[in-house]
Design a protein around this ligand. Structure first.
Ligand code: 5GP
Ligand code: ZN
Length: 115
């Protein structure tokens, strides 16, 4: 199900154009509009799930394979010194967009990236 009000549904579905680092039938990977560091990317399922509790089993089982690929590509492209993979659920946990997504955040020596 898509949510007609959801910006990440529109981006993941291609209705709003975005620079796409990776795409398959289930996911689109884009750059964060307000990056915590150079190369900060977001993995979006194409279906609308508000959070990890709703995430479909199909996407859940494939997500880390995509995260691995994207992390390796970003490490290669940016030459980052480290990398965080994280995902927020609920306002208290820092979630601001209520369409499930996973952050890939490259880290550089001396940085202070926070999200
Ligand atoms: P959250 O805080 O929900 O875990 O992460 C939401 C992320 O989405 C934030 O890092 C924010 O900068 C990013 N974001 C919000 N709106 C847009 C948008 O329209 N396009 C892109 N590419 N990123 C967005
Ligand atoms: Zn959505």
């Amino acid at each position: 199900m898509k949510d007609p009000e959801c910006i990440f549904c529109k981006i993941a579905g291609g209705e709003i154009p975005s620079t796409t680092l990776y795409e398959d039938e289930d996911f689109r990977v884009i750059f964060d509009i307000s990056p915590a560091s150079f190369g900060h990317a977001l993995i979006l399922p194409k279906e609308h799930y508000a959070n990890v509790y709703e995430l479909g089993d199909n996407e859940a089982s494939k997500l880390f394979v995509v995260a691995k690929k994207v992390a390796a590509a970003i490490k290669e492209e940016t030459g980052c010194d480290g990398l965080n993979i994280l995902q927020n659920n609920g306002e208290i946990a820092g979630q601001t967009i209520f369409h499930f997504h996973t952050h890939i955040i490259p880290r550089y020596k001396g940085d202070s990236a926070t999200i």
